[in-house]
Design a binder for this molecule. Structure first.
Ligand code: PXP
Length: 252
């Protein structure tokens, strides 16, 4: 369980390095090289989403990340039989179960763990029994947190998309309160709590200040910002904002 005041981990998602590579085919830019650079720049872990349609990360990328990385690999995937076999073959440090629709541009909304409880419980068990830390990517709703606990996942990742997409003002504040309440609920029921999706320099600080969060997963913004300042610098700046938010929240 997340301890208050503990360092907030940063997982860097390298999917969109692969998106740029795949726009032309070939091998450049290499997401594994980006992952190694990210780890050097202060990422505590690397996240990669192997989608059913392989639109960015490929099976070979996962194999190479698994053998070359010296920081934990968090494999995002849909709860399908194909992905279960891949996870059990590679045994990454962590698996994050996400909903997936072919036509979506990115992961829209969280997994309906409450609605798929009976299918997900044995699925999660297979992963947990293999020694993989399983997290459920969910909306910040108490019933999804309770269902995640009930299917046996030790971790949840709160979807921050709606918070990030809402313009600054009372509506965004409301979304932040939802995230805070969910993170507190997670701690109460004994789940480690992570968050991610859509975070950038201007949205990360209040989320990083939530004391019971243990990890943030951030990708698209960092890869985009790398065009202007380089990948390492974009990660270092994000890390610094997160660390400052955590220190400030400890003082209040
Ligand atoms: N966490 C999860 C579960 C995700 O699916 C994604 C997007 O792949 C992220 C975090 C990172 O989101 P972004 O790329 O918008 O930072």
């Amino acid at each position: 369980m997340a301890k208050h005041g503990k360092k907030l981990r940063l997982g860097v998602n390298v999917d969109h390095v692969a998106t740029v590579r795949n726009a032309r085919g070939g091998i450049h830019p290499d997401p594994v090289r980006a992952a190694l650079l990210a780890a050097e720049a202060g990422a505590d872990g690397i996240t990669a989403h192997l989608r059913e349609d392989r639109r960015h990360i490929s099976d070979t990328d996962i194999e190479r990340l698994r053998t070359q990385l010296h920081v934990p690999l968090n494999l995002e995937m849909a709860a399908t039989d194909e992905m279960l076999a891949i996870a059990l073959k590679h045994r990454p440090h962590a698996v994050c179960l996400v909903p997936e629709k072919r036509e979506e541009r990115t992961t829209e909304g969280g997994l309906d763990v409450a609605g798929q409880h009976n299918q997900l419980a044995p699925y999660v068990r297979r992963l947990v029994d293999a020694g993989i830390r399983v997290s459920m990517f969910i909306e910040a709703e108490p019933r999804q947190l309770d269902a995640s606990k009930s299917v046996g996942a030790p971790v949840v990742e709160l979807h921050t998309g709606r918070y990030c997409e809402t313009p600054q003002g009372p509506e965004r504040d409301k979304q932040l309160l939802r995230l805070k309440a969910a993170a507190a609920h997670a701690e109460k029921i004994g789940l480690e709590c992570h968050a991610g999706h859509g975070l950038g320099y201007d949205t990360v600080e209040p989320v990083a200040a939530i004391p019971t969060l243990a990890e943030l997963n951030i990708g698209h913004f960092l890869v985009g910002e790398a065009i202007f300042v380089g990948f390492a610098d974009s990660i270092r700046r994000m890390r610094a904002i997160m660390d400052a938010a955590r220190i400030d929240s400890g003082r209040t």
